[in-house]
Unconditional design. Structure first.
Lengths: 320, 405
């Protein structure tokens, strides 16, 4: 067995055993690590592999959350059935944004800003239209049974998040091996050169944003089912976009494991600093300390490792 | 001749007693009942950090007071122990705090200031059947889910709007119905939107029409456009329902742009507090708010106000609401005689706790909501906050309509 595969098998075994060995609180944190890695990977596929940096990926997240919640609460659908519909809706929104933006020739920072604008438009729409109940938000009735996509024991939602994360890793892995992935990398490195090579840049970019949107929407439904309440601020708030972008950048954009490593690191720093602030007597009343330490760590990672933490694992070129 | 004993305690008795005490002392110390852990979950960081910190202050002061008074007597003097949690204004973090405290053996939670965080956190607490006391969250969604573990001492925004409408109606009637139109400015979240919609539907009952509902985001750092819009609509009253910073900024912008109306009347105006009134007396002059407020005629409330102010903090509603909730919990523990979750929930449901600090009627929980909770109507007058309604708690007479700028 080669070393990367061995690491993957050991990591998977540890992830499966983890919730059986730790208290519920740490199971919840583990679930958040995998969930954030999953939505981070959805960003990474468009922003990392294809170089289509987006500041408004939350638009897909919110679309997924609202689609499944509306189908469930208003139309009485089962959430498991609503889930693929939510993914399709997220994909459709991705397709629409890609079509409008790329047809207009938007690239780089212009594309990033237009995605942010779309997210804001969706947030304002969700605040205004009656079927989302506006700012009142939507409450999903608590009925903790697996058939309702609700679980009494946090271990099951943890395993579901783990499964989502594994699927997202497999998608990313497949991208590194497929022609589609190679075309995306070519577009990321030099769009004009890719076009000169005969790649249909527009079609590939539309495809990747559709895929990314569908994945991110799946995360939105997962979130709504876990917390049973969404409102426009939660579903379309800019902080989720930043979270997705951050875990990918810190871990290593355009790499398979970047979002997972980033999510693990950022969540770890956050939890450790919060724990320190609550147990060290001198720090008890210095609550923002955890955020300050979090910020400093972030600056250090970005400054010292611009290619993300995954660059630590890359083999250094041998010198003759 | 035998010696006469001069003392009632013989050497043997003394030694026996001493030995018994020496042997028994650790046992006696061990008999000290275990502390009851109370989870205080508030947003002490994030965009409503000030409010969260104020809630924490009230909660920890109340725990100190309960412990100083001998703890929970029916539990052998068991002390309360605060478990402090920071929700960071995020739903996920609020829920993970609930999980963490559950591992630490929490008996009950008090929190979470923001309604969305409270909704998710109380739902998570329901999984473990742990009582959850909503101290500040105003949304009526919090209490509409049929959760047996959730209790709210204060009124929700439904009651606040009803009382506010009644209060405004009475003021307007006394002023010969000077106000006929209103503009409602509200934050775009669950609390502001819910309050604004209720207001718009109920204002016509007192002869006032809502000209427009203007929503704004959190945070909003410039209200110039909204002020210009209000000026162009020329309403008789501006009604606000938003969080602290936005409330103060909007009030200041309206003052700077000289928007002349008969009155500013807010329902649950997050910024209507001593900080605002002391720091901006000109801006706040004659502004009115229907909100949670302490009973100015209560000696306990006045004493607590002095104590809080002595620490350099302000006596804002978060302080005494969280304080009152800790006291409600202590009272329920006293009646339950145990920190057993089921017994505690039963004691809370049957509670007749007297909320000494608040202008409330008798406590009676129906589906977790206290029926005795009610807000007060206040007005800022010469740098002070005066209660103008209900009449039995009033400390001043209302000035309405306000003099022109």
């Amino acid at each position: 067995m080669n070393r990367p595969l061995l690491f993957c098998v050991l990591g998977l075994a540890a992830a499966i055993a983890y919730p059986l060995l730790v208290p519920n609180y740490l199971v919840t944190i583990g679930m958040l690590v995998f969930f954030t890695a999953f939505i981070g990977q959805s960003w990474n596929i468009a922003g990392g592999f294809a170089g289509q940096t987006s500041f408004g990926h939350v638009v897909f997240f919110g679309t997924g959350a609202y689609t499944s919640t509306i189908l469930q609460v208003t139309w009485g659908w089962n959430p498991w059935l609503a889930w693929p519909v939510a993914m399709a809706a997220g994909g459709a929104v991705g397709w629409m944004i890609a079509l409008l933006s790329f047809r207009a020739g938007l690239r780089g920072s212009y594309f990033a800003l237009i995605t942010l604008a779309f997210a804001e438009v969706f947030r304002i729409l969700a605040n205004s239209v009656p079927f989302t109940k506006g700012g009142l938000g939507m409450l999903i009735k608590a009925d903790p049974r697996p058939i309702n996509f609700q679980f009494k024991d946090p271990i099951w939602i943890y395993y579901l998040a783990l499964l989502l994360c594994i699927v997202s890793l497999l998608i990313a892995w497949q991208l590194t091996r497929s022609r589609f992935g190679a075309r995306l990398v070519a577009i990321r490195e030099n769009e004009d050169a890719a076009r000169a090579l005969g790649i249909d840049v527009f079609a590939e970019k539309v495809k990747v944003l559709t895929l990314s949107g569908a994945m991110c929407a799946a995360g939105g439904t997962f979130y709504a089912q876990k917390y049973l309440y969404i409102d426009p601020g939660i579903a379309f708030g800019v902080d989720k976009s930043v979270e997705m972008l951050l875990v990918s950048m810190v871990g290593g954009a355009g790499t398979i494991f970047g979002p997972l490593i980033g999510s693990f690191t950022l969540m770890g720093i956050n939890e450790v600093t919060r724990w320190l602030a609550s147990v060290v007597p001198a720090l008890k009343n210095v609550q923002p300390l955890s955020l300050v330490v979090y910020g400093i760590m972030l600056i250090l990672i970005v400054a010292r490792l611009p290619d993300g933490l995954m660059s630590l694992f890359r083999r250094k070129p041998r010198h003759a | 001749m035998t010696k006469q004993r001069t003392s009632g305690v013989s050497r043997r008795t003394f030694l026996a007693g001493g030995t018994a005490l020496t042997i028994g002392a650790p046992g006696l110390a061990g008999a000290q009942p275990a502390a009851v852990k109370v989870g205080l979950i508030h947003p002490v960081t994030g965009f409503v950090a000030y409010n969260g910190q104020q809630s924490r202050l009230g909660g920890t002061m109340a725990i100190e007071d309960v412990n100083k008074a001998g703890g929970i007597k029916s539990m052998g003097g068991a002390k309360l122990e605060a478990l402090l949690g920071d929700s960071q204004s995020k739903v996920e973090v609020g829920v993970s705090e609930v999980e963490k405290m559950n591992e630490q053996g929490v008996a009950a939670y008090i929190g979470c200031f923001q309604s969305p965080v409270g909704i998710a956190a109380s739902q998570a607490a329901a999984k473990y059947g742990t009582p959850f006391l909503v101290d500040v969250g105003a949304s009526d969604l919090l209490m509409s889910r049929g959760l047996k573990n959730v209790f709210r001492l204060k009124p929700g925004f439904g009651v606040c709007v009803d009382d506010g409408i009644a209060s405004l109606g009475a003021l307007n009637k006394a002023a010969n119905n000077v106000a006929k139109t209103a503009v409602i400015v509200h934050e775009s979240g669950e609390f502001g939107t819910g309050t604004a919609k209720l207001l718009a539907s109920k204002l016509p009952s007192i002869g006032i029409a809502a000209k427009e509902l203007i929503a704004h985001d959190n945070p909003t750092r410039n209200f110039d456009n909204i002020a210009l819009r209000i000026r162009s609509l020329a309403p008789d009253i501006v009604m606000m329902s938003n969080y602290g910073n936005e409330y103060m900024l909007l009030a200041r912008t309206l003052y700077q742009q000289k928007v002349n109306v008969a009155g500013f009347f807010s329902i649950l105006g997050g910024g209507f507090n001593y900080k605002f009134v002391k720091e901006m007396p000109d801006v706040s002059q004659y502004m009115m708010d229907v909100n949670h407020w302490y009973n100015p005629k209560s000696p306990q409330a006045q004493a607590l106000k002095k104590r809080v102010e002595a620490t350099g903090a302000l006596f804002t509603f978060e302080v005494y609401l969280t304080y009152s909730n800790v006291m409600l919990l202590a009272d329920a523990l006293e009646h339950a005689g145990s920190a057993d979750k089921e017994k505690l929930i039963a004691a809370l449901a049957a509670s007749t706790f007297k909320a000494e600090l608040m202008p409330y009627g008798p406590t009676k929980f129906v589906n977790g909501q206290n029926q005795g909770g009610r807000p007060a109507t206040m007005q800022s007058l010469k740098g002070e906050i005066e209660v103008i309604a209900p009449e039995e708690f009033a400390s001043a007479k209302a000035v309405f309509p306000k003099p022109k700028l």
